[in-house]
Structure formats: C-alpha cells, structure tokens
Design a protein around this ligand. Sequence first.
Ligand SMILES: NC(=O)c1ccc[n+]([C@@H]2O[C@H](COP(=O)([O-])OP(=O)(O)OC[C@H]3O[C@@H](n4cnc5c(N)ncnc54)[C@H](OP(=O)(O)O)[C@@H]3O)[C@@H](O)[C@H]2O)c1
Length: 404
Amino acid sequence: MAEPLRIALAGLGTVGTGVIELLAANRSTIERRAGRPLEIVAVNARDRARDRGVDLSPYAWVDDMQAMAQRGDVDVVLELVGGSDGPALTLARAALDAGKAFVTANKAMIAHHGLALAEQAALRGVPLKFEAAVAGGIPVVKGLREGAAANRIERIYGILNGTCNYILSEMEHTGADFGEMLKAAQEKGYAEADPTFDIEGVDAAHKLAILAAIGFGARVDFANVEATGIGEVRAADITQAGALGYVIRLVGIASLDESADETRLLQRVRPCLVPRGHPLAAVTGPTNAVVAEGNFSGRLLFQGAGAGAGPTASAVVADLIDIARGDTVNDRPGVLAEITAAMRDAEVSIESLIQRGRDHAGGEVLVAMVTHEGPERCVTKALDLLNGSPSLTAAPLVMPILGD
Ligand SMILES: NC(=O)c1ccc[n+]([C@@H]2O[C@H](COP(=O)([O-])OP(=O)(O)OC[C@H]3O[C@@H](n4cnc5c(N)ncnc54)[C@H](OP(=O)(O)O)[C@@H]3O)[C@@H](O)[C@H]2O)c1
C-alpha cells in the first residue's frame, strides 16, 4: 500500500473535530482519490481533558503545539487554531522552516502574513494551502487558480460573511431591526459571542484581500482594504431599498483602477444596494457567494456554505488530498535529504535550492541547486556518491556559472 500522508493537527475546535469526522466518514473515498491514506498522527489543543465528541485515542497528544513542526513522523502540519499572530503564526513559520507542508483555514493569518508565508514556502519548496480560509466550503481558491487560470480577471466581488448575510436577509424577511437579528444569529450559532470582526466587515475584508491577491496576481494587501460594516443599516433602509427594487447585502469588491498613471487594486467591503435580479440578491441566510468576471469565461458564480464544521472541513481535506496526490511531501524529505547529504560529504556548499512539484504524471520532481564557488572535483565526488540512487530518475545536469 502507498505510504500514508501523515498529518499533525493543531486545533480541535469546530473545524478540527470536523476534519477528524470527515476523514473517518469518507476514509475509503478519500484514500482512493488521494492515492494513499490520509492519517492524523498527532493532535494538540489547549485543554487535553475536554470531551470533543471524537475519539482522540489513536493519535499522539502533543502538549506543545510548536513541537509538531519538528516531528519526524509528520509530513503536513494542519493549523486550525486561528488568530492572525500568536501560536498559529509561530507554528506556520516553524513548519515551513522544517520543510513540512502547511495547511490552514486561518483567513486572518493569511490576510496579514500570507505573502511572507508564501515566500517562505516557495523557498523551502513545500506546499502552503488555505482553501478553507476563503468562503469556507466553497472551492473558490481552486476555482480561480485552476478553473479560471486562462482568464484575465476583471473584477471579483461577493458576499463573504455569513453572519452579516444572515442578519441582513432576516431583517429583510421579518422587518426586524439589526440588534434583534444579531441576537437571533448568535442564538443560531451563526455569530460569535463577540461578533465585532463579522459585523464590522473585518472578516469579509480578510477574505477579500486573499481573493484579490489570487485573482489579480497581486500581493495580499489587507492594510488597503476599506471596510464598513452593517451596524448602521436600519430596518427602514431595507424597506426603502426594497421599494426601489434592491436588497441590501454586505459586498466585498476588488477591481483594478487603471485610470491613474499606475494601476491600483481597489478593495472595499461595504453594504451595497443589489438589484433584485442580480444573483447575489438571491443569496440569503448564512450562505457565501463569490462572483469572478473573467475576460473569456464571463461571470462565474461560486456559492455555498461559508462556514460550519462540515463545509470548512471539506475544503481543508481537499487541500490535504491535493498534497497527497502531488507526492511533493512524500518525495521531498527523502530525496532532498539524500542529495544534501551527498553534497555535505563531498564538501560542496549549497547556496540555493529550488524544488518544483511533479512535472508530469510520473510524479518526478525537478530539483535545482546553485552551489557556492568551489573546486569542481567536489561536485564530481557528490555525483559519484549519488550514482545509482533510486531517488534519481535521470542523470543530473551540471552547468558552470559564467563569471563576469
Ligand atoms: N468555524 C468555521 O466555520 C470556520 C470557517 C472557516 C474558517 N475557519 C477558521 O478555522 C480556524 C479554526 O476555527 P474554529 O471555528 O474551529 O475555532 P475554535 O472552535 O475556537 O477552535 C480553536 C481550537 O484551537 C485551540 N487553541 C486556541 N488557542 C490555542 C492555543 N493558544 N494553544 C493551543 N490550542 C489553542 C482550541 O483549544 P481548546 O479547544 O482546548 O480550547 C480549539 O481546539 C480559524 O482560523 C477560523 O477562522 C473557521
């Protein structure tokens, strides 16, 4: 049987336990699609004694979350703790630094530190994946990156916060005021006890910054997202909007402003009047929806559950399946360890190293490295040491660098 993808799971709350449940419920389907089993080997949360409704006995309990990054029996670190900084960020950096693949649902962390983490992941040649960070269960990151890859994206916009959408659509439906519907959202579990991030538009802004970066190939630029929440929207505004043929939705919009000398990425979250006939007007309750307009695809609409244990776990596990299929993690430590050991034994000093994912269906990985200046005989010796290694699928190509 193929080697399992070994996962360390930090965070055993709504999403973490959802992932455990999903992996158990769909085990054979996932294994077939991933080409190998997905196996949680270690878990961590704050309170070891808490009953979480799932059986944790098969997994090693790790008291110190950060120690997960160093475990030799782990291929992927899965962070489901939350928070833009603090332990989640420390874990992300440590995991990538240790050459582990890293998967997260943490929109706040990706919105604030996504660029630096992506650079670190690229440098180490390991995957960094965050499908669940944008619109929960909707595969919009994959849809934009892969499905719409051939397009120039002209505009991305959408309903990115389920709590706000529930409140606004219920205000419309019942005629009740904001405060009353916020309470209802909290009772139904759609809103946190402290709903500030949601109702002030910060959560939607995090997601918009990530979407815009993917859609426009730009840097994640959370600082430049303008956000206005829904706290000021009154029942009377909704009634007036209705009389004019609109509904009110909190919409995040990202587009390019090409009118000035320098093209600027505009990113804004605010309550908008949405014409009744527009697809976003029909999005009610805690649902999320994202529209991407491609220059050849036209309008693409992604819609679904933006939160909740099941949908969010679905996006997280899709990322894990991608990693399992790519063989990146399985190949990397063994092959790279062997190559770097040969270099060390031959006294060749490595200046930089790049590894790109498999370049065709055979699962081969192209490893390129630049060495510091040194005697050529040392490189020859390193190649002799690697001669016949099962890790190599072709003889390495050695090229000198032309000096000035
Ligand atoms: N919930 C959703 O629907 C949803 C949707 C999309 C994305 N997300 C994202 O997914 C992530 C997790 O969300 P969640 O709803 O599952 O959160 P949650 O229910 O609050 O769970 C957080 C988990 O992290 C653990 N934790 C928190 N601080 C810790 C610390 N300092 N050290 C060790 N463990 C710590 C908690 O441990 P204890 O249980 O022991 O307290 C808990 O198990 C967040 O980034 C969130 O934004 C969530």
